[in-house]
Structures are given as structure tokens and as C-alpha cells.
Design a binder for this molecule. Structure first.
Ligand SMILES: [Zn+2]
Ligand SMILES: [Zn+2]
Length: 184
């Protein structure tokens, strides 16, 4: 579940949280577009549904982040690696420690880069991967630049791994990707 700053209303309006016994959130890093609704969401679930949220996060400042946003301590449980989840340290913005992860879910192994400027930490995990979620962008910088990794992604895809591209938000650029040589 992504709890970026724009996500809270969508979660609130589209899910009946009575139906779920467990509510678990994985946080890769503390940029606002990934964790901006976290406190609000935890408090909402606690006060409206009387349920405790489990937050999986390896970031150094997660506890401080939840404290300064006034998140009631009883409303959540904080965890890091477990038997089905392993965080993978990567490089993203210099201000934050950032992680991707390996998740075993419903018999599948998912590798998720989170926001990242490099594919390197994830390559050793691909042998056991069924689905690979990759952060890409048009121009690079703190994200991977799509055109720089397209050949690598084609090779990964040829190993029977399904690839899902994330974080692209330029509509015109996406439209072009769908009908020219960028097709993977
Ligand atoms: Zn980020
Ligand atoms: Zn981001």
C-alpha cells in the first residue's frame, strides 16, 4: 500500500477496512509522495476502525517521523525484516536512507526497487524473482533514467520475469513509450 500525500482520500473512499484483519504498510523511504499520509492513515484506522496498523520500514528516522506527526503509539506497530519481507538498501536522494524490498506474496517473489538511482543492489535478487517493480523516470537524477536501463530491462524480461514500471508521471512521455522503440 502506498501512503503518499495524495493517497489518503483514495484509501478512505475505496476500501472498507472492516473487511481486513491485518493492515500492513511497507515504507521504502520518507519522501512525501511515499509516506505523506502515513500518520493520518494510522490515526484514521485507529480511531474509526479501532485497528492497529503494522508498518514495515527500515528507515533510520521512521520512529521520529511518526512521533513528530503526533501518531498515537498504541495505533501502530513498527517492524523491519520478517520471514516474508527483506529490505534492500539502495541509493536515491542524499538526504534520506532509501530501500527497495523482496516480498514473498501468494507464492510469488516480488522485487520492488522503491525510488532508486541504481539497479545494482537488486540484480543479485533477480534469480528468484517473478515480478520486478522498477522506478523509472524521463530524466534521471535521483531516479533511474528509463532510456539508460532499457537494454538491461529487456534482458531481465527475457529471463521470464514480469516487469512493472513505476513513478512515470509525464503523460505525453508515457504515450510515446507505448508506440515506439522504447517498447520492452
Ligand atoms: Zn523519493
Ligand atoms: Zn517518489
Amino acid at each position: 500500500m502506498i501512503v503518499g500525500f495524495s493517497i489518503f482520500e483514495k484509501l478512505k473512499n475505496n476500501f472498507d477496512f472492516n473487511k481486513y484483519n491485518k493492515i500492513e504498510i511497507i515504507i521504502t523511504h520518507l519522501h512525501n509522495d511515499h509516506a505523506g499520509s502515513l500518520s493520518q492513515f494510522i490515526l484514521y484506522i485507529w480511531f474509526v476502525y479501532h485497528k492497529k496498523v503494522t508498518v514495515f520500514c527500515n528507515c533510520e528516522k521512521i520512529k521520529e517521523y511518526l512521533d513528530i506527526t503526533g501518531t498515537t503509539k498504541e495505533a501502530y506497530e513498527l517492524k523491519t525484516n520478517t520471514n516474508f519481507l527483506e529490505f534492500i538498501k539502495t541509493e536515491h536522494a542524499k538526504e534520506l536512507d532509501s530501500y527497495g524490498f523482496k516480498l514473498n506474496l501468494n507464492g510469488k517473489t516480488i522485487i520492488y526497487t522503491g525510488d532508486t538511482a541504481t539497479l545494482d543492489p537488486f540484480i543479485p535478487y533477480l534469480d528468484e524473482c517473478n515480478e520486478f517493480y522498477v522506478d523509472v523516470s524521463k530524466s534521471g537524477g535521483v531516479h533511474l533514467k528509463f532510456v539508460d536501463i532499457i537494454e538491461t530491462l529487456r534482458k531481465i524480461k527475457s529471463r521470464n520475469i514480469d516487469i512493472f514500471l513505476m513513478h512515470l508521471d509525464d503523460k505525453n512521455y508515457i504515450a510515446n513509450l507505448n508506440n515506439n522503440e522504447f517498447y520492452i
